[in-house]
Design a binder for this molecule. Structure first.
Ligand SMILES: NC(=O)c1ccc[n+]([C@@H]2O[C@H](COP(=O)([O-])OP(=O)(O)OC[C@H]3O[C@@H](n4cnc5c(N)ncnc54)[C@H](OP(=O)(O)O)[C@@H]3O)[C@@H](O)[C@H]2O)c1
Length: 275
């Protein structure tokens, strides 16, 4: 796909695979909106992109563990840009970042669920009018093969917490949301897909988990770039990919009642009106 004139927002792009994807998209001629928490890291990336021949990216600073920050991020992007062609929801916290204990977001929700899932959910809905106005446009949710079914009696994992389960629950939530949103967006020319980029890439979250990396950000980045720019992805929506291959997610993803429950809960938790 010719990326000249296209605008891409990618969350969590001052580190890891998001950083790689942002750089590649900028080099290919897209206007890239990078997001992260740290100004200095954003400046370093911006300099690198310019040296590599891309246009200077616009930087948006927001801590996605606060829904108010998520709303402000969406408002700032909407105020600054007339179009968004691609939204890549990539920011995430691993199973062990910040230690093995249970933590909560600024809004009091389990932290992985809040940062990895609820923030992207709310951001997608806030950006939808702009994405629809820019159609054909695409949303890509960077999820994982690490998936744990949601226990709707304990979504915030108050009982028996462990980081792996929390991470995997948040990742399956992203995939369930992808399927649901694709149905909602039928006929709009806005597609939404999710993926597992690659297994144990050499990134901060993998190193924080004490895991020896077995793949590179280039491998995972190629899989994300395929969903963003691949001509073969035109019009395809609601799918889950393992790297470059379409794949099946955890069975709960295909349970329409579970998805409806998650949708209702997510709208409540993020303050969106009931659908
Ligand atoms: N690494 C793997 O092997 C692997 C496998 C499957 C899926 N994934 C998924 O790939 C995505 C990217 O992960 P990565 O491996 O590249 O990890 P990473 O290097 O740790 O990068 C994570 C990014 O998310 C951002 N982030 C984390 N918490 C945030 C918060 N509270 N508010 C705002 N931004 C926040 C970070 O921002 P800062 O730059 O400000 O820290 C960073 O840019 C994640 O969704 C992850 O679940 C990764």
């Amino acid at each position: 796909m010719d990326m000249a004139g296209k605008t891409v927002l990618i969350t969590g792009s001052t580190d890891g695979v998001g950083r790689y994807v942002a750089t590649q998209l900028a080099i290919s001629g897209a206007k890239v909106l990078i997001h992260g928490r740290d100004n200095a890291r954003a400046q370093t990336l911006s300099d690198e992109i310019k040296r590599a021949g891309g246009a200077a990216p616009a930087f948006y600073q927001a801590d996605l563990s606060s829904l108010e920050s998520v709303r402000q991020l969406a408002d700032a992007v909407i105020a600054d840009h007339k179009r968004i062609d691609f939204f890549v929801s990539n920011a995430g916290i691993g199973s062990q970042n910040g230690g093995p204990g249970r933590r909560t977001s600024a809004d009091g929700y389990e932290l992985r669920f809040a940062v990895n899932y609820l923030a992207g959910f709310l951001l997608a809905y806030r950006l939808l009018p702009l994405l629809k106005a820019s159609a054909p446009s695409r949303i890509v949710n960077v999820a994982s093969l690490g998936q744990h079914p949601i226990d709707f009696d304990d979504v915030m994992i108050v009982r028996g917490y462990n980081g792996s389960r929390a991470y995997a629950q948040s990742k399956l939530s992203q995939i369930m949301f992808t399927i649901d949103l694709a149905e909602e967006l039928k006929g709009s020319n806005v597609t939404v897909n999710s993926l597992h980029p690659a297994t144990y890439m050499n990134t901060t979250m993998v190193r924080a988990g004490g895991i020896t990396p077995i793949s590179t950000v280039e491998q995972g980045g190629a899989a994300i770039l395929h969903l963003v720019t691949g001509d073969d992805m035109a019009g395809r929506s609601g799918l889950f990919f393992n790297g470059m291959q379409e794949a099946k997610a955890n069975p709960q993803a295909y349970d329409a009642a579970a998805r409806r429950r998650l949708r209702t809960l997510s709208r409540e938790l993020t303050g969106l009106p009931a659908a």
